[in-house]
Design a protein around this ligand. Sequence first.
Ligand SMILES: O=c1[nH]cnc2c1ncn2[C@@H]1O[C@H](CO)[C@@H](O)[C@H]1O
Ligand SMILES: [Zn+2]
Length: 367
Amino acid sequence: MSSTRTEPIVPTASQVARAPKVVLHDHLDGGLRPATVLELAREVDHALPADTAESLAQWFAESADSGSLERYLETFQHTVAVMQTAPALTRVAREFVEDLVADGVVYAEVRYAPEQHVEHGLSLDEVVAAVKQGFDEAVNAADGAIVVRQLLTAMRHQARSMEIAELAVAWRDRGVAGFDIAGAEAGYPPTRHLDAFEYLQRENGYFTIHAGEAFGLPSIWQALQWCGADRLGHGVRIVDDIEVADDGTVTLGRLAAYVRDRRVPLELCPASNVQTGAASSIAEHPIGLLTRLRFRVTVNTDNRLMSDTSMTKEMTALVDAFGYTLDDLRWFTINAMKSAFLPFDERLTIIDEVIKPGYAALAAEGA
Ligand SMILES: O=c1[nH]cnc2c1ncn2[C@@H]1O[C@H](CO)[C@@H](O)[C@H]1O
Ligand SMILES: [Zn+2]
């Protein structure tokens, strides 16, 4: 797509696995190893719906595959319950990054809601510090193979967004790159948290907003035009503002045109969208149309445990469904890196020194 090469290469599964990948939308409490959930649950006497790693993995994937965002989110009670102490948070964070490295991810922004991890008495600062500890351990062990940042999420049905935004600013030079709101979308518009977003803007902070996932255009419009979001978490429903006529003519509504013209990054999460009913299959996922129209598309996992996915699986599924080439995957990856909440020079370094050479090496292998 962005290349001058003449021979398009449809990558093999092994090439997708080895390709450098960037993930901007990946929830910490949605990516635990099933075996770790079991072990941590035993320590705190939390009852789980299954008692082997395999059956638990299956329970998460099946329960999340519900056609509804609300039911998808119910499964998080079992991961959040075992992430209430500093050692547990550190372990989960460390393993999370180890799994990203094994998946070929070179840059990750990992989000979670600190306010959900204070049930056993941790302070918000202690939560962020414990997660940082785990990330640092895994990043150091990986010896430069990955860069990781935290995004602090506020739950949209709660009322702690201002506090969490302040927490994100307080930690911005210590591994926290930005802010987010998540949770059930219907009934909880982003403008409910306008004070937090306006505060972040005054602080020159960055934020993304879960919008246009379970709910349509009004949510995207509010996230961008009232709240000033830098990126859209999902944003997939922007297709509701795009008309494709029978003869193939495409007409963008004013909001869709704005999103494309302003290069607003879309944090698309195909597997998750199929589970929550935002898309009926990967092949029918709007990522095909949005990519064709050159929106600023990025590919993400959302929740590796609940959605039984990884960056390698997401990209492999896209290659299978749309015939995407190595150049297309490189385009998604560079789009994501350009959209990261990292200083410009650091983004460029990863693009020029890691992503481009990584894809060039794969291309040199041939088809
Ligand atoms: O796709 C999603 N849409 C909205 N909220 C989500 C999604 N995935 C996870 N969470 C919510 O974000 C919290 C913090 O990580 C999770 O506990 C879950 O409730
Ligand atoms: Zn999400």
